[in-house]
Design a protein around this ligand. Sequence first.
Ligand SMILES: NC(=O)C1=CN([C@@H]2O[C@H](COP(=O)(O)OP(=O)(O)OC[C@H]3O[C@@H](n4cnc5c(N)ncnc54)[C@H](O)[C@@H]3O)[C@@H](O)[C@H]2O)C=CC1
Ligand SMILES: O=C(O)CCC(=O)C(=O)O
Length: 432
Amino acid sequence: MPGQTDHANLFDDARSRLEAVFEALDVAADARERLMQPNLSLQVSVPVRMDDGSLKVFPGWRVQYNDTLGPAKGGIRFHPDVTQEEVTTLSFWMAVKCAVVDLPYGGGKGGVQVDPKSLSRLELERLARSYVRAIADVMGPDRDIPAPDVNTNATIMGWMADEFDHLARAKVPAAITGKPPALGGSLGRVAATGRGALHVLDLWAAREERRPEDIRVAIQGFGNAAYHFARLAHARGYRIVAVSDSKGAIYSEEGLDPDPIMAQKRRNQRLHDMVYCDDSVCIAEHVEKLERDDLLTLEVDVLTLAALENQIHDDNVDLVRARALLEIANGPVTSAADARLEKRGVPVLPDVLANTGGVIVSYYEWVQNRTGERWAEEEVNARLAERIERQSRLVLERAERESVSYRQAAYRQGIERIVDGILKRGNCQDSD
Ligand SMILES: NC(=O)C1=CN([C@@H]2O[C@H](COP(=O)(O)OP(=O)(O)OC[C@H]3O[C@@H](n4cnc5c(N)ncnc54)[C@H](O)[C@@H]3O)[C@@H](O)[C@H]2O)C=CC1
Ligand SMILES: O=C(O)CCC(=O)C(=O)O
């Protein structure tokens, strides 16, 4: 059954979305060829000394998809299901999304096939450092700049940045983003992905003449991106009626407050346990438990996907009753499912636009590190809002003007910029 662990054909499925864009933009053959394969795909062994003295070696990858517009940029994922195919696909999406929001970056992504929850904190730190030693030769502020993704965070970026500094015999803060502020991390980066997604949703809702108070939202996932989106959307007046994590889901027609839920989850509880009160917080009276994937088929205004790829696929797409989808995860809807949703007239605010808040603020971190500046959080948030709203408006207007889906319009915007760069660099038959 297709699902989060199925990466077979993930890359082919992702690339298949290029064909329609190439046709619409009449992309030159040389540029098409360049965009079909990653520039560099590095497979590494990541040895880790375990606390019991034994040595374990985990497979890892760093893939740089395309560097036409600038150095490769993208997160690092620690997950037991990571594969080279998945990392390649994620690096392809990074290349597209950086171009969609006009960042001077190409696409990159990294991953280690490991269950980080099975490691002690010291083992996790040794893993992070070992991974950096393995990929250091292809990293650097002008080559490839990693950042957090699933199961990695500011603490882990701090360890990685420290390891890279040791290897470089210099302070190179711009080599990694998403670091703790003490090491040059940007204020606002932790919440940036969720905050950016909310700007995209707000813009869409305003164009549809809908008020946040009238929009019921279900959210798949309750990690970094989902939680900050949920918290900010709740504060803005959207009604969050359901959330899920990898173990289960909860639902409340009255609406859920994300903060007490996160407070409980941080005490190591699964979402499913939240229907029971504890001493400090009681969210019980109006909260129901759901099977995890039942959240995907709730009748809501907006289904927000903020977990992993391939969550809406051939087998469940016809059960989706949401009136619109917001993709915070990368690739949560397969291309076949996407086509079915389009046919049914269900709009999808696509990943390559909706989840760009994280990489936009990573870019601001890189700029601050390179100029030695430190921006206030309000300034970071204001710059994020300005960029994502401007670029989103272009995508939404283009979709309307060219009568295509938001995804198709976003891909056209991103690929057009990359192709222009490829042609301007020359060595192409049609590079006028
Ligand atoms: N962290 C960031 O800055 C960015 C993250 N993303 C994407 O957003 C997605 C989530 O990333 P993060 O929040 O950083 O990861 P995270 O590791 O903080 O959270 C992942 C969440 O997904 C949940 N989950 C996993 N499988 C699930 C399932 N089948 N059903 C329901 N929940 C499930 C986990 O329990 C966890 O709550 C990923 O696709 C990631 O690539 C995209 C752009 C930036
Ligand atoms: O912050 C970044 O550089 C990249 C974040 C990321 O991995 C993503 O947008 O999927």
